[in-house]
Design a protein around this ligand. Structure first.
Ligand code: SF4
Length: 708
């Protein structure tokens, strides 16, 4: 990998992994990517992390799907029982014609016999904007409901809920690169060196220039070395810590009254609410001493320009929306929004999770976060979708079901068929045994992917898709930068781009679609998405990236927004006070420790791509968890030995690493490994607003695996 600089030509595109959205040059010889280099994109300025640089060879892996597959009539019962390299006793190869007819026909039959709502769709944040748009359109137009969702439900749905409620927009208010103009920054519930590595390089440089970096995380992390303050607070205690910090800002008069008066509402309610959260009272709850909380309050409020970055440590709780509300309030009261070096930035996970959400791949919103409950919005979309021979069906006025609600509805028999594009709920859902049982129960499951994922194990029809480096399309990164992805190599065998497959299915569902290129889809998206104003396919072809909003056809886009008010009815952002809510599954005598899950630098989400990448998988080849040395000693387990982790949902045995960054009463468990799937253990309780599961907190029993 990357050992030869011998190539025929190069193609500029985007890294397919995290939401940073690094621009890359793919060096091609024949039909193969030989190696990858970073180029001068607005987010990465030539930098790449180990995934972007070395994690490309999954696209040439032997397991790639090259023909459509159909489940054999004599296949064993549906279960997690398919070898992705040797699937012949479960599936047989089929022509595109047969597979598409069966895929669409099975879904149409369910619509006819049980109504459109008996079919749901999971799209993907790894696909392009155009593919996400077509996917939600296919479910909404083809089945007449909004039961369409994707993995934003599992990562930042609560952040988006809080941002929509209080700021009026679900996207970041400033790019992460703006940190170069800040003098203070908070990073909370995120581990950027592992999960947003190129963004982390900007954070480190900021500290080298004298910026004060406040890191808040129940787990220690490498960014601590660069931090002026490291607050290793108790898991789940975010609101107590943040309210205590804001209490000090109010008590000591450190807030920005001018900003509050000009741009916010509900300040008096927030101020009154914070009275009950003195640092002295909250110290025991959050595990951070009062003086440190006071110091952090003074440093952040005293900064001339401050930014707040957060990750899934904030969002993946049943109080994830409250956690984000606190961060928004903290930024508002200090006036750290809308100016250079200020802003709110939830670090988005997947390469196109911002774009897929903007494209309407969520059950409450049509594209550009336009609510499905508005008659005006729905009729605008229905009119546009009826053009050029498209079917003219009224759209459903009810919000649809989310990822976990869809799985519950399979168990109740309300949902009987699913179309899954690029998602892997058999690995990614909380309490995954429940999700796998649901997938096995489906009467008709169509899976579209590049490999036989764990979810594809349960499929009736598998449609072979092109990888990101094999197709055209745009993606939107965490910075609101819409970027052009280009095909560098052809898809293997008969694999086809996701948008093509969607169009073929829609034709068979009688939707009258006639797109012949993603640029036509992009043009249609522009008709209803103001965020794409002044951004055209041609511009992206020429410029590679444009940040939205872009104010003119030559404006590269606005890195900072909301300097002169917010997109809410009265132009004001809102303070929404947050109270303390305990996690759902608290430790007790039987399950005395806390389990938290997350990603590692080398592996990406459910591992379908990175575990098939030679360099990445050889650096991190084995399922592992991390425990404090004192905990391992107590268990009598040497580092590298096996432990058994058991929660109320399930049990796994896994290799244990020694890690001082993990508190003695915690276990950290990465979720990329099917052989010890973290989500067999996680809790499906959800935040009531964002409907995001509490992946970051489960009560767990940890034992030496040798003990019976
Ligand atoms: Fe890819 Fe993210 Fe790494 Fe950039 S930081 S190279 S986008 S994985």
């Amino acid at each position: 990998i990357g050992d030869s600089k011998d190539f025929d030509h190069e193609v500029e595109s985007i890294c397919p992994f995290c939401g940073v959205g690094c621009q890359v040059s793919l060096k091609i010889k024949g039909d193969r990517v030989k190696y990858v280099e970073g180029i001068n994109g607005p987010a990465n300025e030539g930098r790449l992390c180990v995934k972007g640089r070395f994690g490309f060879d999954y696209i040439h892996h032997d397991h790639r799907l090259t023909k459509p597959l159909i489940r054999r009539e004599d296949a064993p019962a549906k279960g997690l029982n398919v070898d992705p390299g040797n699937w012949g006793d479960v599936f047989r190869e089929a022509s595109w014609e047969e597979a598409l007819d069966l895929a669409a026909g099975g879904l149409a039959k369910l619509k006819q016999s049980h109504g459109g709502a008996s079919v749901a769709g999971f799209g993907s944040a790894k696909c392009t904007n155009e593919e996400a748009y077509l996917f939600q359109k296919l479910i909404r137009q083809g089945f007449g409901h909004n039961n369409v969702d994707h993995c934003t439900r599992l990562c930042h749905a609560s952040s988006v809920a809080a941002l929509m409620e209080n700021v009026g927009s679900g996207a970041v208010t400033a790019t992460f690169n703006e940190i170069e103009n800040a003098d203070v920054a908070i990073v909370i519930g995120a581990n950027p060196i592992e999960n947003h590595p190129v963004a982390a390089t900007y954070f480190k440089q900021f500290t080298k220039r004298g910026g004060k970096l406040i890191v808040m995380d129940p787990r220690g992390q490498a960014l601590k070395r660069f931090a002026s303050h490291m607050l290793q607070f108790r898991p789940g205690a975010d609101v107590s810590m943040l309210n205590a910090i804001m209490h000090v800002i109010v008590e000591e008069g450190l807030y920005d009254q001018q900003y509050i008066d000009a741009y916010t509402e509900n300040w008096e309610a927030e101020r009154a609410h914070l009275k009950g959260f003195s640092p002295e009272k909250m110290a025991d709850i959050c595990g951070i001493d009062a003086e440190t909380l006071r110091d952090v309050a003074r440093v952040f409020a005293g900064g001339k320009a401050g930014m707040i970055f957060w990750g899934m440590g904030v969002s993946q709780h049943i109080h994830g929306t409250d956690n984000s509300r606190c961060l928004i309030s903290l930024a508002l009261m200090t006036g750290h929004v809308g100016r250079p070096g200020t802003g709110l930035h939830p670090l988005r996970g997947q390469n196109n999770v911002q774009g897929a959400s903007d494209a309407g791949l969520i059950p409450m919103f049509l594209p550009d976060m336009q609510t499905v409950v508005s008659d005006e919005v729905r009729s605008k979309f229905a009119d546009i979708w009826a053009r050029d021979g498209g079917v003219n069906e009224p759209l459903d006025p009810n919000k649809g079901l989310t990822v976990t609600e869809i799985m519950d509805a399979v168990h109740t028999g309300d949902i009987r068929g699913m179309y899954v594009l690029g998602e892997n709920p058999a690995m990614s859902d909380p309490d995954v045994a429940h999700a796998r049982d649901a997938l096995a129960k489906l009467e008709h499951l169509v899976v579209q992917d590049i490999f036989i994922t764990e979810t594809a194990n349960y499929a009736d029809v598998i449609l072979p898709a092109a990888a990101f480096a094999e197709k055209s399309g745009t993606v939107t990164n965490t910075n609101r930068q819409v970027q052009m992805g280009r095909p560098a190599v052809p898809p293997p065998g008969e694999a086809r781009a996701d948008w093509w497959i969607e169009v073929e299915l829609a034709k068979r569902l009688g939707l009258g679609w006639s797109y012949t290129h993603p640029s036509e889809v992009f043009a249609e998206m522009k008709l209803t998405m103001k965020s794409f104003d002044n951004i055209s396919w041609e511009r992206l072809e020429n410029e590679n990236a444009v940040t939205y909003p872009s104010l003119s056809p030559t404006d590269p886009g606005q890195p900072i927004v909301f300097g002169d008010g917010f997109p809410r009815l009265d132009g004001r952002a809102r303070f929404t006070p947050a109270d303390l809510i305990a996690p759902d599954d608290v430790p007790d005598a039987d399950y005395p420790m806390i389990l938290t899950t997350g990603r590692q630098l080398e592996h990406w989400h459910t591992g379908s791509m990175t575990r098939r990448s030679k360099v990445l998988d050889s650096v991190e080849p084995e399922a592992n968890c991390s425990l404090h040395p004192s905990t391992l000693r107590k268990l009598g387990v040497a580092p590298g030995g096996l432990v058994r982790l058991t929660t109320k949902r399930g049990s796994i045995e896994i290799m244990a690493r020694e890690d001082r960054a993990v508190a003695p009463d915690m276990v950290f468990l990465p979720f990329a490994f099917v052989e010890a799937a973290a989500n067999l253990l996680t809790n499906s309780a959800v935040d009531p607003f964002g409907k995001i599961p509490e992946f970051k907190f489960s009560a767990v029993k940890v034992e030496n695996a040798k003990d019976q």
